[in-house]
Design a protein. Structure first.
Length: 404
C-alpha cells in the first residue's frame, strides 16, 4: 500500500502543529509496513544548500522537499501554485492521497479533475472559516486584531471558504481531528454523501515520555515554595493569553494567592499588548516572558510545571494540550467544545466559563496537590488510550484499505 501525504509543514522546516502530526503519523505508518511518501515545503535556499530534495529516513518512508516561500498570507496558496504540477503528476502513482487540511492543499479540485487520480482522504485540522471569523470579530472589538491576521482571516475568508467547499465536493473521504470540528463542518457546509469521520490528532507518547525523563528539570528558586504555571503558544487572539492574564490578576488581588510563577513561551502580534497588560495589572512579580525558546527549554519548563494553562478560546485538537496530558500534567482550560472532548468531560462536569471562574480553578489546583495528581493521572491515562500515534496510524491504515 503506497500513500502520498502532501503537506506544507514537516520537520525540520516546520510552521505549526500539522507538521508535527505529519511527522509522527508518517513514521508510525512506515513502522507498520505502509509505504509513505511525504511531499513537504522547504525554503528554496535550504534545497539549494543541501543539493538534494529527497531523503529516506526509513525503508518505508520517503520525504520529498519542494520550494516554500514566506510571502504574505495566504502563504499556503503561493506554496501550492509553485508546486501544483509536481504534486498533480505524482498523485497517480499512489494508492491513496492523504491531504493535510485545505490550507495545506487548497487546489484539490484541480488535481482531481485534470489528471488521473487515486482516491483522496483529507484531514481537516483547523476550524471552520465561519467560526474563526466570528471569533476574530470578537477579537477586533477588543482591539486585539493585527494587520496580518486581518489579511489571513478576513480578507482571506473567501479563499478559505472556497477551499473547504472544494474539499467537501471532491474528496472521497473527509476526516476531522475532533468531533466538535466535524459538527461545525456539517453545520456550515453540505457534506452530502462524502463519508465523514473523526480521527483525533496523535502524538508519539513513548518518545515524549522518554524525552521527558532525560530532560533536566528547572531548579526551584532557593528558599521558594512557589508553584510553576506554564503556557505556550503563538500570541494571537485565539490563544486567550490576555484572558489568562486577567485571571492571574484576579487570583492575586481577589483570591489573595501569590505563591506561583507563570512562564509564558511564544511570540506573535499581541506580544506588545501582553507586555503592556502585565505592567498595567502589576503582574511583573508573577509572570515571566520567555519568548521563542529552544524546544529543550520549553520541555524543561513543561516537565517542571505544576499546572499547565490552556486558555484558548477556540481550537480543534491542539497538540500542546495533548502532550501536556500525556505527561500527566493537570490542564486548566475554559469551557469550550474542544476542551470537553479532549479532557473527556461530560456536561455534568463544570469547567470555567469566565475569567473569574478560571482564576478559581487555578486556585483550587494550586492549593491541592491531591487534586493536581488525581487530574494529571486521569489525563495521562486518557492520552495513552485516545491519542497515541500508533492507535491513530492504525485507524488511518484501516481507512486507506477501505478506500482502496
Amino acid at each position: 500500500m503506497r500513500i502520498l501525504i502532501p503537506t506544507n509543514e514537516y520537520p525540520p522546516h516546520i510552521f505549526g502543529g500539522i507538521g508535527t502530526f505529519c511527522y509522527a503519523l508518517s513514521n508510525a505508518l512506515a513502522a507498520a509496513g505502509v509505504h509513505v511518501t511525504v511531499v513537504a515545503g522547504c525554503p528554496p535556499g535550504e534545497i539549494r544548500k543541501n543539493a538534494r530534495n529527497s531523503e529516506t529516513p526509513s525503508s518505508n518512508l520517503e520525504v520529498i522537499r519542494v520550494p516554500r516561500t514566506t510571502m504574505l498570507p495566504p502563504s499556503h496558496l503561493w506554496y501550492q501554485l509553485m508546486n501544483l504540477s509536481t504534486l498533480r503528476d505524482m498523485a497517480s502513482d499512489f494508492d491513496v492521497v492523504h491531504g493535510q487540511d485545505p490550507s495545506a492543499f487548497p487546489l484539490i479540485s484541480f488535481c482531481k479533475t485534470s489528471h488521473a487520480s487515486p482516491p483522496w482522504v483529507v484531514t481537516l485540522h483547523s476550524g471552520a472559516p465561519f467560526s474563526e471569523l466570528h471569533s476574530l470579530m470578537d477579537s477586533a472589538k477588543a482591539g486585539q486584531l493585527s494587520f496580518r491576521e486581518f489579511i489571513a482571516y478576513v480578507a482571506g475568508y473567501p479563499l478559505w471558504d472556497s477551499s473547504i467547499r472544494a474539499h467537501v465536493k471532491h474528496a472521497d473521504r473527509l476526516v476531522a481531528v475532533s468531533k466538535s470540528l466535524m459538527e461545525e463542518i456539517r453545520t456550515d457546509y453540505s457534506v452530502g454523501r462524502t463519508p465523514f469521520t473523526c480521527i483525533h490528532t496523535g502524538i508519539e507518547i513513548d518518545k515524549l515520555e522518554s524525552l521527558a525523563k532525560r530532560t533536566k528539570r528547572v531548579p526551584q528558586d532557593s528558599g521558594s515554595d512557589n508553584l510553576r504555571l506554564f503556557v505556550a503558544g503563538r500570541f494571537y487572539w485565539r490563544k486567550g493569553i490576555l484572558h489568562l492574564l486577567r485571571s492571574i490578576a484576579y487570583l492575586v488581588n481577589q483570591l489573595r494567592f501569590d505563591r506561583f510563577r507563570l512562564e509564558i513561551f511564544g511570540r506573535g502580534p499581541l506580544e506588545s499588548t501582553i507586555r503592556r497588560d502585565i505592567s498595567l495589572l502589576n503582574l511583573s512579580n508573577y509572570v515571566v516572558m520567555r519568548g521563542f525558546a529552544p524546544y529543550e527549554e520549553v520541555m524543561a519548563s513543561l516537565v517542571s510545571s505544576n499546572v499547565v494553562c490552556f486558555p484558548s478560546l477556540y481550537e480543534a485538537c491542539p497538540l500542546g494540550m495533548v502532550e501536556s496530558m500525556a505527561l500527566g500534567k493537570p490542564v486548566a482550560t475554559f469551557d469550550r467544545p474542544f476542551s470537553r472532548e479532549l479532557l473527556g468531560i461530560g456536561p455534568e462536569s463544570k469547567l470555567p466559563k469566565t475569567i473569574e471562574e478560571y482564576a478559581k480553578k487555578l486556585h483550587s489546583l494550586c492549593k491541592s496537590e491531591d487534586s493536581r495528581n488525581t487530574l494529571g493521572q486521569r489525563l495521562k491515562e486518557r492520552a495513552r488510550k485516545e491519542f497515541d500515534i500508533k492507535i491513530i496510524a492504525d485507524k488511518y491504515s484501516r481507512l486507506y484499505r477501505d478506500m482502496i
